[in-house]
Design a protein around this ligand. Sequence first.
Ligand SMILES: C[S@@+](CC[C@H](N)C(=O)[O-])C[C@H]1O[C@@H](n2cnc3c(N)ncnc32)[C@H](O)[C@@H]1O
Length: 516
Amino acid sequence: MSNESAAVYLPPSDLNPWEGNPRVNDHVVDKVALSIERFNFGAPILARREDMMVIAGHTRLKAALKLGLEQVPVRLLDLTISEAKALALADNKLSEEAQWSAAVDDVLRDLDMEEINLEGLGWSDDELAQILEENEAPDTSFGESDVDYDQLPEEVEAITEPGEVVKLGNHTLYCGDCIEVMKGLEDNSVDSIVTDPPYGIGFMSGSIDWDCEVPGEEFAAEAFRVLKPGGHLIAFAACRTVHRLMVNVEDAGFEIRDLISWLQWQGFPKSLDVSKAIDKHYGLLKHEGAGMLDVTTGVMTLRPHTKPSEYSHPKPKHPEAKHWSGWGTALKPAQEPAVLARKPLEGTVADNVLKWGTGGLNIDGCRIPYGDISWPGPQDADLSNHGEVGRWPANIYHCPKPSRSEREKGCEELPTKTGAEAVNRKAGSKGMDNPRAGAGRTAEEVKNIHPTVKPTNLMRWLVRLVTPKDGIILEPFCGSGTTLLAAELEGFNCTAIEREPKYCDIIRARFGGMNG
Ligand SMILES: C[S@@+](CC[C@H](N)C(=O)[O-])C[C@H]1O[C@@H](n2cnc3c(N)ncnc32)[C@H](O)[C@@H]1O
C-alpha cells in the first residue's frame, strides 16, 4: 500500500462524467443529495487521473452539483480506459439502487473482447452467457464483408518492409511467410520451436483473415527439418482444431509427447439456449431490440441489464421447448491447448543430449513454487515432505490473459487506432455490433492492435521448459512478439517470423519497450 492520500478535494467542474456510463442513476440523485447533506461523503468519487473521467460516483457528483458544493472528495487512479470501465462495472454492481441501461450489454461484450477479466464484476456465468449468447443463425457474414473500404481511415504505413530482416539484440525477426523463411534455415539448426500459430477459427470472425487454418503439412515438414533431433515443438491451437495440428505434426515424423493446457478461466460461455431456439423455431418468441418478445402474450423480457434478481428468462412455451429447458450448446471456454511434440532422438536420451543438447525437459527450471497461482490444483497444507523445490511441472499452466498495459508496453510511439480501425471495421457498421469483430473493437485507442496476444509469463515458462541454455528458439508465427520477449527475458536467442509488417512494427516496439 502506498502512503498517498486516499482522496483530494477538487471542484466538481474538474471532473468529466463517463459519457457511455450505462448506469441509470438520475432517479436516486435526490436521495444521494439528502444523504450527503446528512452524512457528508461516505466515499470519494473515483476518477482517472489522466483525463479526470469519473469511474464511480456519478450520482454523488450530480448530487454535489445539485447541492452547489464547491469541492468534492476525489480519489485519482492510474488506470487504462478499459480497466476504469471494468472497475466502474464492479463498483456499480455492488449497489443495487440504480438500474442498468441496455448499454451495459455492450460494455460487457467489449470488455470480453478486449480480454479484460469479467470475473469478479458481479455477473454470473449464466448472466454473461445470456449477454454473450451465440447467434442462433449461422454466421452468414463468412466470406462476405460489411466493411466499407472507401470509408475506412487510411491504413498507416508500417515501418517494417515485407522481406525485411531486423536484428533485435540477440534475436532475428523476419518479416515474411514462415514457410519461405524456414526454407532458408539449415537442417537441425534450432533447439526448440515454441509457437502460437493460427487456430483455424478465423472463419468465425471475418476480421482475422490469417486465422483460417492450423499450420499444415508443409509447415510441419519444415519444422521437422530445422529442429535438432530430440528437439521439442510446442504449438498452440483451439480446442476444436488441435486434432488437425496434431495429425499434421505427427505425420511429419514428430512424436506426440503431451498436450499442455493453458488455463485462463476467462472465456465466457457463448451458448445458445436450446429451449428458446425451439420457441423461436415455432415463431413463439422473437428477438426485439435488446430483449425477447413473447409473441403469444406480447410480453418483452429484457436481457439482464436489469438487476439479476429482477431478470427472468422467458418461460418456455412449446411442449418441446419445455422439454429442452436448461439445455445449451457450449461450455465455458476456460483453457487453450498446446501440442508438445519431439523430433525422434538419435540413439538414447543420453546419446542425444550429449550430441545435440536436446531431448529433455527442464523440470527443475519449471517447477511451480508452492502457493503460486500457476498451479491450479489442491494446495497442500503440509509442505514438509516436498522440500523447497516446488511442484513438478504439470501439463497445465494457470495464468490470466495479459492485461492491456502488458500488451501495450513499449507501443507508446506507435500510431493510435480506434478499436474499430484495429479490427478493420467501419464504426457503426453491422459488423461492429458483432462481438466477433475482434478484440477491443470499440476501445477508444489501441496501439498493440494484435487481437490474440499471449501472456509473457506463460511463454516464458514454455520456452524455459524445452530450450537448452543459450539455445535458439524458432517462433514462426510471432504475432506481436510475446515469444520473442519471453526468449529475451529467459536469455535465449529467438528466430522470429511474422508475415504482417504492421505486427512486426509492434514486435519491434515491444522489444524496445523492455530494453528502454
Ligand atoms: C496467434 S497469432 C500470434 C500471437 C502472438 N503469440 C502474440 O502474443 O502476439 C499468429 C500470427 O501468425 C501470423 N501468420 C499467419 N500466417 C503466417 C505465415 N504463413 N507466416 C508468418 N506469419 C504468419 C499472423 O499474422 C499472426 O500475427
